[in-house]
Design a binder for this molecule. Structure first.
Ligand code: OFO
Length: 165
């Protein structure tokens, strides 16, 4: 049985994972609109992955006999100045998620909720992967620059990465 305070925090995280999914889906629309088809595909697939992050939490809360509560999801940003800005924002967002997961794990541990602490370990390692993934893309953009030709190759690269996701 989960403490009510923990249920509320897990519900907040459910909401945040929905937001992550919407953010990446919205970014994919921007990319598609600007002709970055590889980036659009990559972000669409990633949006679906975020829904799985949400679902995993939802199932955990339900299985422990508590009630997942879905709240209002904030509208994501839909205007970007460049592809570089999109991916700088993804990396910043993932860092925020890592911070939230770490806080959740801290609360679980310090309240001796070892079941939730254990459950959260999946997210701890997933966040390591997520940060690595987005930092890698950002590094590439910063390395090749943001002129038309460079972005063409970045987009091709993202199309290939989308196939591996
Ligand atoms: Fe991108 O990791 Fe969930 O939010």
């Amino acid at each position: 049985m989960l403490a009510q305070a923990m249920v509320e925090k897990l519900n907040e995280q459910i909401n945040l994972e929905f937001f992550s999914s919407n953010l990446y889906l919205q970014m994919s629309a921007w990319c598609e609109d600007k002709g970055f088809e590889g980036a659009a595909e990559f972000l669409r697939i990633h949006a679906a992955e975020e829904m799985q992050h949400m679902q995993r939490l939802f199932t955990y809360v339900s299985e422990t006999g508590a009630l997942p509560i879905l709240g209002t999801i904030e509208a994501p940003q839909h205007e970007f100045s460049s592809l570089g800005e999109v991916f700088r924002a993804t990396y910043e967002h993932e860092r925020l998620i890592t911070e939230r997961i770490n806080k959740l794990a801290h609360v679980a541990f310090t309240t001796q909720d070892y079941s939730t602490f254990n459950f959260l370990q999946w997210y701890v390692s997933e966040q390591h992967e997520e940060e690595k993934l987005f930092k890698g893309i950002l590094d590439k953009i910063e390395l090749v620059g943001e002129d038309g030709k460079a972005l063409f190759f970045i987009d091709k690269d993202l199309a290939a990465m989308a196939k591996q996701e």
